[in-house]
Write a protein that binds this ligand. Structure first.
Ligand SMILES: [Zn+2]
Length: 465
């Protein structure tokens, strides 16, 4: 068993800032952290089917060994969520740390290494889940161990949740916890996946903390017409009607609309960008200039293009079964990522107008299960802690952002929890969640270590007595 080496600074006592009172020797701790991380990555929790219970039990064993009680809550026996709590003095409301144990599946033949072997090459660790989201899981687990080992006096409870089913089956994960175990996870704040520490060259440019996220609200397109012989052209051919509808919606530039989170994002980004880029980020805030910048975003900055609108992206087209038969029906799918305050009935009506074809039906897809919620606030103690830690660790500012993807924070924000998405070091080009879901998903050893340290410092800042 590895032991944490404590470096007690002479003279450090009460009154000193929390990081000085509870110093950690990160270099000494690195082998232990990487061992826990590898062990988690080697557990195949591909969802479906998930099998997150194996990961939950592994975490439970590590916590128990050091006297931290954990509970497993499972809607289905193979899909347990883990909840552990370290008590504070109760003068402030709890802080929740989240990490999801399930991962998306892999296409093994597209990987250059075994995706469940945690192969380390040139200080990169390759595995499914390396950046989404077992990095957050190991960070949360390590912070719990350190709080316990260092006997940190807390003025609020710290709750660690390693949840199942984040990748598309939230009924066994966050929805189940929120509806059946709310008292066990209720908190003022949550720290979860979704941000990144954006490097440029050899320095950190800014720390992206997501305070909001878009909501998946896709639709099916169903084109109908008479079936017939492939030798007879028809104006009612369902394949043609579908293709036309897809082409129209795929090139539709939906209106640019900013909200509190994205406005703050561009304002702050402009303040720390080189003049040429800053001009653009200020211009998107100006309705008179936004259209031109928007076209630039579409070509050059797709992450920003989607951030300023409800996006519509055709992803599936299906129709026909024989080369000489006109099918009676053809179907497509539009992946729609709505701004949190989008008026959806109105938006779908506008979509129908753009399609302009009564032969094509717009059918809202089954609810994604991600509720819409207002952005988390940037004037809270936790947000200020994130800013202070970013400054201390990276000498970099925090920029609050809105994630184009969806996470379990959606459910918590909808219950009034102030949620902040943070993440590991990475280049800005990929945007938040870069590398997630890709073949050869990997993370650097340094990024793992800095993620744990960042979480630790933030927790101390906002919760140490
Ligand atoms: Zn994730």
């Amino acid at each position: 068993m590895m032991r944490l080496a404590l470096l007690l600074l002479a003279g450090a006592g009460m009154g000193a800032a929390a990081p000085e009172r509870y110093p950690v020797d990160w270099a000494k701790l690195e082998p232990e952290i990487l061992e826990h991380f590898s062990a988690l990555l080697k557990i195949d929790t591909s969802n479906p089917p998930g099998n997150e219970t194996r990961a939950a039990q592994a975490i439970e064993a590590v916590l128990k060994r050091e006297g931290i009680a954990a509970q497993l809550f499972a809607l289905e026996p193979s899909r347990a969520n883990l909840v552990a709590r370290i008590k504070g003095n109760g003068s402030k409301k709890p802080l929740l740390i989240l990490g999801h144990t399930d991962v998306v599946g892999v296409q093994r033949d597209r990987w250059s290494v075994d995706p469940f072997a945690a192969v380390r090459k040139n200080n990169l660790i390759y595995a499914r889940g390396a950046t989404d989201d077992k990095d957050h899981v190991v960070a949360g687990m390590m912070v719990m161990l350190l709080l316990k080992r260092l006997h940190v006096a807390l003025d609020r409870d710290i709750i660690f949740v390693a949840e199942a089913g984040e990748e598309g089956t939230t009924n066994v994960g966050i929805d189940y916890l929120v509806s059946q175990h709310w008292p066990e996870i209720e908190a003022e704040y949550a720290l979860a996946e979704g941000g990144s520490v954006v490097e440029e060259g050899d320095h950190v440019h800014h720390v992206l903390i997501n305070v909001s996220e878009k909501v998946p609200r896709g639709v099916r397109l169903v084109a109908r017409g008479p079936s017939g012989h492939g030798s007879r052209p028809s104006t009612q051919n369902a394949v043609v009607h579908l293709a036309t509808a897809i082409a129209r919606t795929g090139s539709w530039q939906t209106p640019v609309r900013l909200n509190e989170a994205t406005r703050a994002y561009f304002e702050r980004l402009a303040a720390i960008s080189p003049p040429r880029d800053a001009v653009r980020y200020r211009a998107i805030l100006d309705p008179a200039k936004a259209a031109e910048v928007d076209r630039y975003f579409l070509e050059h900055e797709p992450g920003h293009y989607t951030m300023v609108r409800t996006s519509v992206v055709p992803t599936v087209m299906q129709g026909g079964f024989r080369s000489n038969v006109i099918p009676g029906q053809a179907e497509g799918y539009l992946d729609i990522r709505a701004l949190p305050d989008e008026d959806l009935p109105k938006f779908y009506a506008e979509l129908r107008r753009v399609i302009g074809d009564p032969a094509v039906e717009v059918v809202p897809a089954q609810n994604s299960g991600r509720p819409a919620a207002p952005p988390s606030r940037t004037d809270t103690a936790l947000f200020h802690a994130l800013e202070a830690v970013s400054r201390r660790m990276f000498n970099a500012p925090v920029i609050p952002g809105m994630l184009a993807g969806a996470t379990d924070s959606a459910q918590l924000r909808a219950r009034g929890v102030q949620c902040y998405g943070f993440g590991p070091l990475g280049s800005g080009g990929d945007g938040p969640l870069g590398g997630a879901h890709s073949d050869n998903e990997n993370i650097s050893v340094r990024a793992v270590m800095k993620l744990v340290e960042f979480l630790w410092n933030t927790v101390l800042d906002v919760a140490a007595d």
